[in-house]
Design a protein around this ligand. Sequence first.
Ligand code: SF4
Length: 333
Amino acid sequence: MAEVVVKVENLKKYFPLRRSVVEFLRGSPPRSVKAVDDISFEIHRGEVFALAGESGCGKTTTGRLIVKLLEPTSGKIYFNGTDVTTLSREEEKEYRKKAQIIFQDPYGSLNPRFRVYNVLEEPLILQGIGETKSEREELIIRALESVRMVPPEEFLGRFPHQLSGGQRQRVAIARALILNPEFIVADEPVSMLDLSIRAEILNLMEDVKKRFGLTYLYITHDLSTARYFSDRIAIMYLGKIVELADSDTLVENPLHPYTKALIAAVPEPEPSMKDVIKEIPIKGEVPSAANVPPGCRFHPRCPYRFEPCDKEEPPFIEVEPGHWVACHLYSKR
Ligand code: SF4
């Protein structure tokens, strides 16, 4: 039985909306954006678990909840069996060493006034790691070497704008690694990079995962990198997980109409995706999470909707071992 590192249970994050004057005068009830709406999953030690879907589906919010950059509305997050939604300030500081995040935009996430040395020294100072400057410098040099920025001395004095996009993301990865974490949320880590260096950064992440025994939550809108990089993929739509399976099964035998549409939208499908791309892609945008459609929240865009779809929410069921889907096409047959 695989060891569980992260367990998410009935997690919800609602952002309250301010009522307009008209709504206030009418006495309309307060509304909220249901960014994450009751999701549960487990991430096993050493695996890459991908959360995929269009922007606005709640995947980034989920990642930020897990590393405690956001507080949940309700639900539980367990890390190595400990509920991290109720940590004391001291315990939270310890947790931040073990669970790190790499952001999508390496330029935005690195302080432009900090040299590479300071970018990497800051988390050490905040966590009280390395008593002397030379101890910290040794850790910084090791972190740069681990992301193949060599010789490290050449990069220590550079500002983020003096680095290429790929080098900036390597520094962001080094900053996540320097605290010796067990788990990393990688939020679209390659989507802002040139195509030519995406594989290079993903290969680097795979390499450090093996070397340091890491576990990843990989957040992406791109199913082709999710398949390449992940062991399992969960598809999110409007705050819910609608399908979950191991990566090959999900791409070669998708069940949910939304997953099929996402695969149809992959620009250069692999040969094994050919059968699936015959599906007609869905139309329109993801509806606002402030106005979640009733029943199956995908029904306004679904070409297969039938009688119960706009009334009943489909249950999330296991249709074959390890392959879960929330769709009446499977629950009603
Ligand atoms: Fe489409 Fe109905 Fe399945 Fe929703 S439950 S994805 S509307 S068929």
